[in-house]
Every structure is written in structure tokens, then in C-alpha cells.
Design a protein around this ligand. Structure first.
Ligand code: SF4
Length: 139
């Protein structure tokens, strides 16, 4: 099983604590999060544009998954991680990239346009990875 993720979602997953754009969106993200948490050897393919998480973005919300500003989030995240679209690698290797390349404060720069940034959960997720700890169970 390979999970397709766009660049910035590699970072969003670190801070996922059950919140999302809708119940269905959060439930789908929880499935992916738990899979990666339980089986870090799961293969992840980096895609351009909408991915498996975007697939559950609510139809009645203002669409943004194809916006240029969101593509820039992907580009900044991938550049920071030294990864690129088209690569397939185990989730554990993504975690290693985060540990070696990202500081918690980088979220403020990489994701300065993101509405979720102010919750601080993504910074906390990077901090967890930097400490060498596993992603925590969902609340
Ligand atoms: S701040 Fe936004 S884009 Fe950045 S990792 Fe968190 S949820 Fe994702």
C-alpha cells in the first residue's frame, strides 16, 4: 500500500491532532496518520497537487487544493526536506528528513499563509520528531 501525499502534507501530518476541515476530512486524515504511526515503513509517494487527504476536502467549502498559494506550501516544504515530486520512500525516511532538516520555528516561515499554523501543533510535531519520539496517539 502506497500513500500519495503532496509536499506540505508531510509536515501537516506531524501536527495532526484530530482537527480538519470537516469530520470526513479529519477521519480520512486520522486513517493515514494512524497507518503511518503504526507502520512507519509504509511507502509514501510525493505527488504534485491534490492528494489522498485533499480527496476528502468538503465539497461545500471554498476550494483551495489547486491554488497556487497551496502549491507554494508544497514547494517550500519539499525544498526544506530535500525531497521532490515523484519520489517514493518509506514514511520513516520522511521522518529522518524532518529530524535532520527542519526546526520547529521553520513552520512559521514555510507555512506563513496557513490558517492552522497559529494552533502551534505543527511546531510541536516537529519538536516531537526532533526529540526522536514516535508520533503520539490521537486524542
Ligand atoms: S502550518 Fe499548516 S501547512 Fe504548515 S504543517 Fe501545519 S497545517 Fe500544514
Amino acid at each position: 500500500m502506497t500513500i500519495e501525499l503532496r509536499g506540505h502534507h508531510l509536515l501537516c501530518l506531524l501536527g495532526f491532532r484530530g482537527m480538519g476541515y470537516s469530520e470526513a476530512y479529519a477521519a480520512n486524515m486520522a486513517l493515514v496518520y494512524n497507518r503511518l504511526r503504526d507502520k512507519p515503513d509504509t511507502a509514501v509517494t510525493i505527488v504534485a497537487g491534490p492528494d489522498q487527504l485533499c480527496a476528502c476536502f468538503p465539497a461545500d467549502d471554498e476550494p483551495h487544493c489547486e491554488n497556487a498559494s497551496v502549491a507554494r506550501l508544497d514547494e517550500r516544504a519539499l525544498a526544506k526536506l530535500g525531497l521532490r515530486v515523484g519520489l517514493t520512500l518509506p514514511w520513516s525516511a520522511v521522518i529522518e528528513r524532518v529530524r535532520g532538516s527542519v526546526e520547529p520555528e521553520d513552520i512559521n516561515v514555510l507555512c506563513h499563509t496557513c490558517e492552522w499554523r497559529s494552533y502551534g501543533v505543527c511546531e510541536a510535531g516537529v519538536r516531537t520528531v526532533k526529540r526522536g519520539e514516535a508520533l503520539p496517539p490521537l486524542p
